[in-house]
Design a binder for this molecule. Structure first.
Ligand code: NAG
Ligand code: NAG
Ligand code: NAG
Ligand code: NAG
Length: 236
């Protein structure tokens, strides 16, 4: 009996911890979009507190994405790219969102053939349904792309945040480790994102988060349990 009480106490404590844990609000699973778009998968990217949501139809190679990140400064830019030919920035086919001079959020596409040539251009694959919005310090890019390689199940992704624009031209992002490591392989079907260098796999985090959100779901139940445990006289 006392071991049952002990288990219940542990359970209650665990749930109480999850009650105050901020982890849930910092992960993609809790993010909702004001345009009510829903995606099958999401990943907390390994760098720059960025998030990717996506739905992939491998039969048509059609990939719908929502990329969420905070720009480096309020009037900066955010970017998410597929690199069909390499793993880094050079060669990236990028979607970039920023606030236009008239104050509305815009998305532009950039063919980043090299670090020195960052000008808007068409991409090497089709992009439709481009949109962007911003709120709560975060910017979001929405788009639907047709992957260059038919039936692909992984893509090289690259993402970035920048501080500002000058006369409509993107200003350089920082070159901190987080900015340089913001790339990796995205497994479109498994919903996993692995970092290019040194980062951990998402699977473990996902399991922990699942557990926590499960507990959070029962938080009223757990509060009730704690009350029972602490206020039940020890008669058994
Ligand atoms: C802002 O400018 C863009 C073009 O740069 C235009 O497409 C958009 O409609 C403008 N928005 C408003 C609210 O004027
Ligand atoms: C980009 O694509 C559009 C539509 O496919 C085309 O009209 C336009 O000329 C292209 N622009 C450049 C610079 O190639
Ligand atoms: C992107 O830029 C590279 C280098 O200038 C060029 O070879 C390539 O054709 C461009 N891609 C598109 C889609 O314009
Ligand atoms: C809790 O879980 C149930 C079933 O899994 C679900 O229907 C419900 O929406 C969840 N509640 C919250 C607050 O997430």
């Amino acid at each position: 009996m006392s071991s049952l009480r002990f288990s219940l106490l542990i359970l209650g404590l665990l749930q109480a911890v999850s009650l105050i844990s901020p982890s849930q609000s910092l992960t993609c699973t809790s993010q909702k979009f004001t345009n009510n778009k829903l995606y099958e998968h999401c990943a907390d990217l390994s760098q720059l507190s960025s998030y990717l949501h996506w739905t992939y139809d491998s039969s048509t190679s059609s990939l719908s994405v929502a990329f969420v990140a905070a720009p480096a400064k309020a009037d900066g830019w955010i970017s998410w790219a597929i690199n069909p030919t390499a793993t880094g920035m050079a060669g990236s086919q990028a979607l970039v969102a920023f606030k236009d001079s008239n104050g509305s959020m815009t998305v532009r596409t950039y063919n980043i053939s090299s670090y020195s040539s960052i000008v808007p251009s068409n991409l090497s694959f089709a992009v439709t349904e481009m949109a962007a919005d911003s709120s709560g310090g975060m910017m979001r890019i929405f788009a639907k792309v047709t992957l260059p390689k038919k039936g692909a199940t992984t893509v090289n992704q690259v993402w970035q945040v920048g501080p500002s624009l000058t006369n409509g031209v993107l200003d350089k992002h920082e070159f901190q480790p987080a900015n340089l490591n913001s790339k990796g392989t995205l497994d479109l079907l498994k919903g996993e994102s692995t970092a290019g260098t040194g980062g951990g796999s998402r699977t473990k985090k996902k399991n922990v988060r699942f557990l926590l959100s499960d507990f959070n779901n029962n938080s009223i139940f757990s509060a009730y349990f704690l009350i029972i445990i602490f206020f039940t006289p020890t008669v058994i």
